[in-house]
Design a protein around this ligand. Structure first.
Ligand code: AHR
Length: 502
């Protein structure tokens, strides 16, 4: 039996709600068809932005949205996306499918979308193929609050007031699609570009440098050493690919247990990555002023048969729900360093929250995990010890069966997120909550008999959270029977604190 001891009276720090951030790139049908249908569309919209997806995403309280890429960011020239839509130049999205991009969705449309969602914008600038001047002018265009050529142009384009813009990324994957740079070269470029990302008026920008790919610890070392004091955040990208290589990533549905196991193993690897990159960051930034920003993560599979390989459109199953659940638990455990994360990507691309087809829309299992976990946003992480964790074994290899995280919110409600990654075996958990008197416990769960359970446009409620009651409360102990392949969140209402316990 797995034992969890949660110290209800020992807080470990605030879980930055931005860990629940999202990513939207000009890629496939994320922007066009996903968010943007245009004002003349028959699909209900506000100024061209789909109403149904906005409503659904508001429910999961998206705190921050990263845009316009990704690899697209280092090919994007922001001036192409302002002014009257019909006059905007057309470009080729060379990185993603070679399709033409009409630039109808640009800065104004993105800012309006963020307003509708109640999300902070996180804009990623172009270092790979853009100039310092271009980046400088974009920031001025968006945030300058006085009279200037850029603010005059913004006003001419329909927006008098500057926008509030906090998060700005200086390049994306500059070790790869963003210019194939060496870390020493990028560190110098970062220092140069970031100098001109100015704070105008009361707008203060949190500058995010391009960080490592997966386990490139050398990149982190060089960036922190050479540019650490000029940045507020350093990014990290890690995708969960169940197959043996990028050429054989595996199918999003209809997979066997070997691919389930690999996916769990690769998702759990995030813990090692965050720990090791944080250790390097600690060397240069012991006060943890620089946030680790995991601005791309999630499952990446072969595209759905018959779809454009450059569009990265994939189904989303219970396996994705587990990937999301364990990864979010990891980010929470590292909330002292991980200040933001952006799952890739919000609609129709990679591990999405939402899939659309024409006017139809469905919510994925990953959406439901973000819905279950939203209670952790800005809550205080509670100290927790897990012991005697059962094994999930496959072949010669094994992993811990249970992943867990607990937080306490402003109303003193404790939320415990639990994942059982074993697709075949349920598990018993004895969860002791010290330091509080439990008054009631309720739960919700996402599970199914099938590893690849998913929603389709014909059956969009096949997999959704249900009420969970398979637990018994005895004083301060909750005895839980957690089904195989499940993600659950328990809400514990407490009567009062037992004071002075340590
Ligand atoms: O999310 C898809 C792509 O993955 C992004 O454009 C890029 O940054 C990463 O390689």
């Amino acid at each position: 039996m797995t034992r969890l001891v949660i110290n209800g009276d020992i807080k470990k720090g605030k879980i930055n709600k931005n860990i629940y951030g999202q990513f939207a790139e000009h890629l496939g049908r994320c922007i066009y068809g996903g968010f943007w249908v245009g004002k003349d569309s028959e699909i209900p919209n506000v100024n061209g932005i789909r109403k149904d997806v906005v409503e659904a995403l508001k429910n999961i309280k998206i705190p921050v949205l990263r845009w316009p890429g990704g690899c697209f960011a280092d090919e994007y020239h922001w001036r192409d996306g302002i002014g009257p839509q019909e006059e905007r130049p057309v470009m080729v999205n060379t990185h993603w499918g070679g399709v033409t991009e009409n630039n109808h969705f640009g800065t104004h449309e993105f800012m309006e979308l963020c307003d509708m969602l109640g999300a902070e914008p996180y804009i990623n600038g172009n270092v790979g193929s853009g100039t310092v001047h271009e980046m400088q002018q974009w920031v001025e265009y968006m945030t300058f609050d006085g009279k200037s050529p850029m603010s005059a142009e913004r006003e001419k384009n329909g927006r008098k007031e500057p926008w509030k813009l906090k998060y700005f990324g200086v390049g994306n994957e500059n070790w790869g699609c963003g210019g194939n740079m060496r870390p020493e070269y990028y560190a110098d470029l970062y220092r140069r570009y970031a100098t001109y990302v100015r704070n105008f008026g009361h707008n203060e920008i949190y500058k995010i440098a391009c960080g490592p790919s997966v386990d490139d610890y050398h990149w982190t070392e060089v960036l922190m050493k050479e540019a650490g004091k000029y940045m507020h955040g350093l990014s990290l990208h890690h995708y969960t690919i169940p197959g043996p290589s990028w050429q054989e990533k595996g199918s999003a549905t209809g997979f066997e247990e070997d691919q389930w196991f690999n996916a769990m193993k690769k998702a759990l690897y995030m813990d090692e990555l965050v720990t090791k990159h944080s250790t390097i960051m600690d060397k240069y930034d012991p006060d943890k002023k620089v946030g680790l920003i995991v601005d791309e993560w999630g499952g990446w599979y072969d595209v759905e048969p018959g779809t454009n390989p450059g569009f990265l459109y994939q189904q989303n199953t219970l396996r994705d729900a587990l990937i999301a659940g364990v990864t979010l638990n990891i980010f929470q455990a590292h909330c002292d360093r991980v200040q933001m994360a952006n799952i890739a990507q919000v609609i129709n691309v990679l591990q999405s929250m939402i899939l659309t087809e024409g006017d139809k829309m469905l919510l994925t299992p990953t959406y439901h995990v973000f819905d279950l976990y939203k209670v952790h946003q800005d809550a205080e992480l509670l100290s927790m010890a897990i012991s005697n964790n059962s094994n999930y074994s496959y072949g010669e290899d094994s992993l811990n069966q249970v992943s867990a995280s607990a937080s306490i919110d402003k109303e003193n409600k404790i939320h415990i997120s639990l994942c059982n990654i074993d697709p075949k075996n349920k598990t018993d958990i004895e969860c002791c909550i010290r330091g509080v008197n439990i008054s009631s416990v309720s739960g919700r769960i996402l599970t199914s008999k099938d590893m690849d359970a998913h929603n389709t446009f014909d059956n969009n409620e096949n997999l959704k959270p249900e009420s969970f009651k398979d637990f018994i409360v005895n004083d301060d102990v909750i005895s839980i029977k957690l089904p195989a392949k499940s993600v659950a969140v328990l809400t514990v209402e407490v009567n009062n604190y037992i004071t002075n316990q340590q």
